[in-house]
Design a protein around this ligand. Structure first.
Ligand code: 3PY
Length: 347
């Protein structure tokens, strides 16, 4: 941990005007060792006193509750639940919560709004990385790459066989997008050169300005399930989307279709997905997100050859994670100055 402790100790010892000035700066708690760009921005700003949970692992809840007390700002990541309990523990000085994530299902927005706390998040900077990973996961799942490398490494590779390890190709396919936002469009743009025949999407309402870029057709959820050869979930997790990918949806999908989720695990009913995959109702699934995270290694989904599970790495490129960290830091600083944040969530 750097900065504030030493400063506070020096003030107590009666040292230096600079240190005394520092002690009057807004106090912020950074709940994870975020990538260096963000920490540099906070440190170089000289506008805040920082206390950092200097670890790659989440801060224990009790420690977080203790540390946020009296803070003006909080920079957090998606594993921290920012709810009434935490906001009460922080107390009335808390003005800004800045999350290093595009998703905000870990934040109790009603509670934040009620207290007049402003919220920063990190959209856009991760769109390319997430779209890229989604395409990689889709191809890995549809062309059975994990099974194939396993067979090659473990002696299952006999002679060349006509239908061995066959999968499904993108050429001439229909790709469905559930939740068309920036990420959905970016995925479609990357898939287009694979000669996809048609993009379809569903959302709470048509989004013609986004759909136009990829010539996607707006359809109902039922139609999305029925027509998609590849169905990519890109929606936010909300009370309306919780568990929406369930038996009802899977039962309408083709036996040859591939289901991909890089949004949030909570949108999928995993028992129903297991059933759909193990019964052959759908051909395969690629998941970057699950419930819970990490998914226990004993989970039934891990027993399936046609289910590829990644440990929530869609935005995990060095550039993107640093950009997210920098944006989260800039959101925090702007919020504390009372200025518009570069990316503020409208509550
Ligand atoms: O930003 C998010 O919401 C993620 O899931 C990680 O990139």
């Amino acid at each position: 941990m750097w900065c504030s402790r030493a400063a506070v100790r020096q003030v107590a010892l009666g040292l230096g005007a600079t240190q005394r000035a520092m002690a009057t700066l807004p106090r912020v708690y950074v709940s994870r060792k975020v990538p260096p760009q963000g920490l540099e921005i906070l440190r170089k700003s000289a506008q805040v006193q920082i206390e950092l949970w200097d670890s790659d692992d989440p801060v224990p809840r009790q420690e977080l509750l203790k540390k946020v007390k009296g803070c003006d700002g909080l920079l957090c990541v998606l594993t921290e639940k920012i709810d009434a309990e935490l906001l009460n523990a922080a107390g009335p000085k808390l003005k800004v919560v800045s999350t290093m994530s595009v998703g905000f299902d870990h934040l109790s927005l009603d509670e934040l709004k009620k207290r007049g706390i402003r919220v920063g998040y990190t959209p856009e900077v991760l769109t390319d990385a997430v779209a890229e990973l989604t395409v990689a996961l889709l191809l890995t799942t549809s062309r059975r790459l994990i099974e194939a490398t396993h067979e090659a490494k473990t002696g299952g590779w006999g002679t060349w066989r006509t239908l061995w390890l066959c999968g499904y190709e993108l050429a001439n396919s229909t790709v469905g997008i559930f939740g068309l936002g920036r990420i959905g469009v970016a995925i479609a743009e990357r898939l287009k050169p694979f000669k996809v025949n048609k993009f379809i999407y569903t959302d709470v309402a048509p989004r013609p300005e986004l759909a136009e870029a990829i010539q996607a057709e707006y359809v109902s959820m039922d139609e999305l399930a029925r027509r998609s050869d590849f169905l990519a979930v890109c929606c936010a997790l909300t009370p309306d989307t919780q568990g929406i990918c369930n038996k009802n949806l899977f039962s309408k999908m083709k036996n040859t279709s591939i289901f991909i989720n890089t949004s949030r695990g909570g949108v999928v009913n995993q028992e129903d997905l297991y059933e759909a995959l193990s019964s052959g109702q759908i051909a395969g699934a690629g998941l970057d997100v699950t419930t819970p995270e990490p998914l226990p290694t004993s989970h039934l989904l891990f027993s399936l050859k046609n289910c590829v599970i990644l440990p929530h790495i869609a935005s995990a490129s060095y550039t993107t994670r640093n950009d997210m960290s920098a944006l989260a830091a800039n959101n925090l600083l702007a919020g504390l100055r009372g200025e518009p944040m570069p990316k503020e969530l409208q509550l």
